[in-house]
Design a binder for this molecule. Structure first.
Ligand SMILES: NC(=O)c1ccc[n+]([C@@H]2O[C@H](COP(=O)([O-])OP(=O)(O)OC[C@H]3O[C@@H](n4cnc5c(N)ncnc54)[C@H](OP(=O)(O)O)[C@@H]3O)[C@@H](O)[C@H]2O)c1
Length: 336
């Protein structure tokens, strides 16, 4: 299999890849922001079983989930190191403190896997005055990326995966990026999706040793609905939707594949012929339209879901710089 490829992978391709990971990547340091539940938890568990010597950080708030997840990880692979870090990531100051702690413990981070979030139906302001979902889906996640760039750059094969809404991007307005001027349910989904995809293009160009993936995870059976609607209604809804949902363990397979596959290389890795065998994998087309350009907007199964004309319109209108400046300025204001 050579050359560019934007088609989906099969579950068998993915299982084969993951089964061979023990030889390809014997060690990895991975952070799961949102690893106490759902997609993040399943990804962490599958990675623990796929790697000989994993170092895994689980980040979240739930103490009960923390105990269960860490115990499970220990059972899955007793040779790994597993740490829970308590953090309410809607507070950017806590994100900064946690990132400093991690920088004191690790020289490099190979994978930053971002899933923290909730299903919010209405506006709920954080202390910073930004809607909670917008904060969790965009600002907090990007703060982890921003803070951990040096550690990611120390990795030989670094990747950031944000699991949210690739392919769900839409038009955005420069004076409403924080959704303070005008808020709607649909904007609370499309704005963080669009801003993530735009910022990842900027970051992939600036940091060519890191691969950036924004993913739509499909519909996965997780406690997301229970967390949003309460135990009774959430369980009824989950039961009703079960036939349409993939299992957590299948989601874990896809997540580990997207987090490690050589089909989604960083820009630098893709250009460096001696480091990377193109024959080994089919290299995906980036959202920029170029093959292996370090930024990928993907469905859970690796299918490119880039809205080419929208992304081009956003580039032409200057949104890469606008979104980057807005994000840094928002951090400055919130953290000052
Ligand atoms: N499941 C799906 O079918 C689906 C489909 C499309 C998109 N998504 C998106 O994928 C992401 C993950 O979904 P999921 O199904 O895995 O949800 P989930 O099972 O409810 O897990 C959400 C995770 O986010 C963490 N989290 C929430 N608020 C947090 C906060 N303030 N600080 C720190 N951690 C926080 C939770 O940890 P604690 O409770 O321990 O803090 C938990 O680990 C969400 O953004 C969701 O919108 C999911």
């Amino acid at each position: 299999m050579g050359g560019s490829e934007s088609a989906a992978f099969s579950l068998q391709d993915v299982r084969n890849w993951n089964a061979a990971l023990k030889e390809k990547r014997p060690k990895m340091v991975a952070l799961f922001v949102g690893g106490t539940s759902g997609i993040g938890e399943h990804a962490a568990k599958r990675l623990a079983s796929a790697i000989k010597l994993p170092t895994i950080y689980i980040i979240g708030r739930s103490q009960t989930a923390r105990n269960a997840v860490i115990e499970d990880l220990d059972r899955i692979n007793a040779n790994g190191s597993y740490m829970f870090k308590h953090c309410d990531i809607s507070d950017l100051g806590s994100v900064d403190t946690l990132c400093k702690e991690i920088a004191a413990q690790e020289a490099a981070v190979d994978l930053l896997f971002l899933t923290a979030g909730a299903l919010g139906f209405g506006k709920q302001d954080t202390k910073a005055g930004i809607d909670l979902n917008h904060m969790l889906r965009y600002y907090s996640r990007m703060r982890f990326v921003h803070n951990l760039i040096p550690l990611l750059e120390n990795s030989e094969d670094a990747r950031v995966v944000s699991v949210f809404g690739a392919g769900k991007e839409g038009p955005i307005e420069e004076d409403n990026l924080d959704l303070k001027k005008k808020f709607s349910f649909s904007a609370s989904n499309s704005y963080p999706a669009t801003m993530t995809s735009v910022l990842f293009e900027v970051l992939a160009a600036k940091h060519p040793t890191i691969s950036f993936i924004h993913e739509f995870p499909g519909f996965v059976a997780t406690p997301l609905l229970k967390h949003a609607l309460g135990s009774v209604t959430g369980s009824i809804m989950s039961l009703f939707m079960k036939p349409m949902m993939m299992t957590g363990s299948e989601s874990g397979e896809w997540s580990v594949f997207l987090s490690t596959s050589s089909s989604f290389p960083s820009k630098g890795r893709s250009a460096s012929k001696e480091n990377f065998s193109r024959k080994e994998s089919r290299i995906a087309r980036s959202s920029t339209g170029r093959v292996g350009d370090g930024v990928y907007l993907l469905n859970y199964n690796g299918k490119d879901v880039t809205k080419q004309s929208l992304m081009e319109q956003l580039r032409v209108a200057g949104f890469p710089l606008i979104v980057e400046k807005h994000t840094l300025e928002t951090y400055r204001v919130i953290l000052s």
